[in-house]
Design a protein around this ligand. Structure first.
Ligand code: MF3
Ligand code: CO
Length: 253
């Protein structure tokens, strides 16, 4: 069932989403060659807790692996999503996806962005630009009366027209009372199909875009999703609120 949020619930989700956005901007400001992903995670966790919230990913369980151990997902280059922060040092020329979720007053917010470290190849710059634009094109279709796959199709069409591929094994999702709610929001699909969008839905839209094949594999830590051909991947995500007009992006500060 797709939950339609009340006014009161929306205010709580809005508050969590603001903390998510602030955390992302803070972490982004610290990204530079030489910093480790673990240091970024500590910055995020400190900020989230100082805001009276709790990191939503920490302790999250997934069948077949240990509970997620960190506040951020930090996914570098060929890592698509769910990279675990650790001793990895960021290097000039790499790209990194930072994904953060928080829970406060029992309501969740979730967002991600990708950025380059130092000087990037033109292909990597294009990958970042196309993935971010794909997110906004998807959000443009997130209007009451449209269907979920209108979002999916807009993302897929733009990404593939630019010579990249959309990951199929992972999707966006409803968010609010839980980190992951219905509906699932694939980044590929046929427009005019899928669940109807209604005012009061809160959705996390999150294109994951690969430079090469759309296929992915999970590495030996049981969490980190990587591109099957080890080519770079980017990821952007916003939590949005469906209204009568254009969706309101909640993960902004
Ligand atoms: N934004 C991601 C998602 O919606 C992050 C989940 S990380 C996890 O799937 F640890 F919570 F699984
Ligand atoms: Co998400």
């Amino acid at each position: 069932m797709i939950h339609i949020k009340t006014k009161e619930e929306i205010e709580l989700i809005r508050e969590s989403c603001k903390i998510v956005a602030e955390t992302l901007q803070l972490v982004k400001a610290h990204i530079k060659p030489g910093i480790t992903t673990k240091e970024l995670d500590q910055i995020a966790e400190d900020y989230i807790r100082s805001s009276g919230a709790v990191p939503a990913f920490k302790g999250y369980s997934q069948v077949g692996s240990f509970d997620y151990p960190a506040s951020l997902c930090t996914s570098v280059d060929e890592e698509v999503v769910h990279g675990i922060p650790g001793s990895r040092v960021l290097l000039d020329g790499e790209i990194i996806s930072i994904d953060v979720g928080v829970v406060k007053n029992d309501y969740y917010g979730d967002a991600a962005l990708s950025v380059g470290i130092g000087n990037l190849t033109p292909e990597k710059i294009k990958l970042l630009e196309v993935t971010e634009k794909a997110l906004y094109l998807g959000i443009e279709k997130a209007i009451a009366g449209n269907r979920i796959h209108d979002i999916s199709s807009a993302i897929q069409t733009f990404v593939e027209a630019n010579g990249f591929s959309v990951v199929r094994d992972l999707c966006g999702h409803g968010v609010g009372k839980f980190l992951h709610e219905e509906p699932s929001i694939p980044n590929f699909g046929k427009k005019g199909t899928g669940p109807l969008l209604k005012k009061g839905m809160t959705l996390a839209i999150e294109p994951m875009v690969n430079m090469g094949t759309y296929k992915v594999k999970t590495n030996s830590d049981g969490w980190t999703v990587m591109s099957a051909d080890n080519k770079p991947s980017a990821h952007f995500e916003h939590t949005v609120l469906i209204t009568n007009g254009h969706a309101e992006i909640l993960t902004v500060c």
